[in-house]
Design a protein. Structure first.
Length: 280
């Protein structure tokens, strides 16, 4: 029997950079990064290096510069200024490298009135009394988003990504709004080394902007990002509706990104999934 090789990370930053550029990071290598940091106190250098070499499934060498340029193009009249990334631990940065679908994302303080003609706006009052919907305007902030494609509800391989498996699930369908908040999101807080409560559902406003910007990046820049309005399934949002319902969005056959629906937070429908947003 052949001996199994064990990948280890080099002991110097220069060696580590060369190694990471040619190989995918393993769990052992991430542990090595933390070990180096603990021994030598080079947290800032490691954090910068990991961020430059791996920012989720889409490579962004400098997320601040990327989103500054992007929003200057999409919302030219708003004068959006994208701030630096929040300071997070090297463990958090290493976790982002470990889960390839997670990436830093800046949400600018814009409204639907600022959207370009190509963006799909929610039809808030088409099927729901709009006066009963809790609206949550977007305030500019950095978040960690999940770019996992949204499958059709009857897809037997639905989701099946590392985050879903981390949560001990075979699919994200059939999980209620409450279960996500009370059970699954605390697991993500711990895995990402973030404070309790950092992970939550996106608001419908955030979800719609996020989905539209991903569509723009996919169609105009060829980036490998999903269309969240192209499949027959819903995903939960944070907003309340009526007395205690929660919004869900995204079902292609019922309007895609334009459709806004609602359901009880304890409801665990087989066509409703979820997508986390972490705000450090």
């Amino acid at each position: 029997m052949l001996a199994q090789s064990r990948a280890t990370a080099p002991d110097t930053l220069a060696g580590l950079e060369s190694h990471m550029k040619t190989q995918k990071m393993t769990t052992g290598q991430i542990a090595k990064l933390i070990e180096i940091d603990n021994k030598r106190g080079i947290r800032a250098q490691l954090q910068k290096l990991i961020a430059e070499l791996s920012n989720g499934g889409v490579s962004l060498a400098n997320p601040q510069e990327f989103f500054q340029e992007l929003y200057a193009e999409l919302f030219s009249e708003k004068g959006i200024v994208v701030p630096p990334l929040p300071e997070v631990s090297v463990e958090t940065t290493a976790a982002l490298a470990k889960y390839s679908q997670l990436m830093w994302w800046y949400f600018p303080a814009v409204t639907e009135a600022d959207y370009s003609a190509s963006f799909v706006k929610p039809k808030w009052g088409q099927y729901i009394d709009e006066s009963k919907i809790e609206r949550k305007p977007i305030e500019g902030f950095w978040g960690i988003v999940d770019t996992t494609p949204k499958p059709n509800w009857d897809d037997k391989s639905a989701y099946g990504d590392p985050i879903t498996k981390l949560l001990g699930l075979e699919t994200r369908f059939g999980e209620s709004w409450n279960v996500c908040v009370e059970k699954h999101y605390p697991v993500l807080d711990r895995e990402l080394h973030l404070k309790a409560g950092a992970t939550r559902h996106m608001t419908a406003e955030q979800y719609n902007l996020f989905a539209n910007v991903m569509n723009e990046l996919r169609t105009s820049r060829g980036m490998d990002l999903p269309d969240l309005g192209a499949t027959n399934s819903w995903e939960w949002c944070d907003n309340r509706c009526a007395s205690d319902d929660r919004l869900c969005v995204g079902y292609s056959g019922r309007g895609g990104l334009a459709r806004v629906a609602s359901g009880p937070p304890a409801h665990s429908g087989d066509d409703v999934g979820f997508r986390a947003l972490a705000v450090p």
